[in-house]
Design a protein around this ligand. Sequence first.
Ligand code: UT7
Length: 330
Amino acid sequence: MSAKRAIITGIEAFLPEYILTNDEISTMVDTTDEWIMTRIGVKERRILKEDGLGTSYMGAEAVRRLLEKTGTNPEEVDMVLCATVSPDMLFPATANIISDKVGITNAWGYDINAGCSGFLFSFATASTFVQSGQSKKMVLVTGERMSGMTDYTDRTTCPLFGDAAVAMLIEPTDDENLGLYDQILRVDGIGRHYLYQKAGGSAYPPTEETLKNREHYIHQDGQTVFKYAVSRMADVSVEIMEKHNLKAEDIAYLIPHQANMRIIEATGKRMGLTSEKILINIEKYGNTAGTSIPLVLWEYEKNFKKGDILVFSAFGAGFTWGSMLYRWAY
Ligand code: UT7
């Protein structure tokens, strides 16, 4: 008997209502809509403004919608994974807080921190539990409140990020032609020098000094990250195509991490894809880290047909990066 594959059987999202436009950002830092659109490709992003609400608030809302949409009883869910770099707090895990908020009481789970590759790494983890038969009904949440660690006095980072959460139901299938069938995932710790939140963890616990130095915010050496991202994302995307003898015409869509239009276009070009095969929503939501790929899946759900070959591709803090081949299941 062949191993089962993991499939996404439902997807829902939560987006905060507040829309932070480039025009408003231009009143906060020395920038323009034109610069942000040309260099990044973001027009606006959603921000969770309310005090005391974190990633679990958005994640729980997305899960509630998912359970309703798929007619799933929360007590049937056996695992909850949450991919996030912006957990409510360092511990307990945001996955556990979300489970409590939505009444998932017969499950276990934990958080996965893989930067902007969070969806790829957590879906790969989810898949191993599904394939081994240990999970039959899993909820995978990707959620980020990036605004909580974005420095709105730093023009090099504040136009980039947005907040959102997506919840997916992950189940097994016997159909060998559907679901997650291969992945290439990589890490390189050199990335810790170029994209990080320095203070707040065990190496640099919060002090007056770390606050004064604004070390609780995202720090990024944009050019270096850009150079790594543009080559690594394209390399693994081409590698997975070659490994499976796939031509551009075999691929229904590339769903790339939404960090920068120029990185997305370079990846699509290396893969030989025409622009209509590259799905993008960066202009509306910015970079929502590990949530960006699921946010595209949710938004374009109606465009997919059963059996469509999708390539997921991401690069993020760590560095982490990778590509996945997935056949849409409904
Ligand atoms: O999702 C995780 C992975 N992250 C990424 O993939 C992000 C990768 N990096 C990037 O997307 C780009 O590097 C950025 C969008 C962050 C920056 O774009 P860039 O084209 O690499 O700009 P740069 O850092 O080379 O800066 C060029 C100029 C600088 O001015 P000078 O020194 O040439 O006078 C910056 O100070 O642009 C200036 N600049 C800005 N100007 C207007 C930087 N940010 C801004 C801004 N508005 N917001």
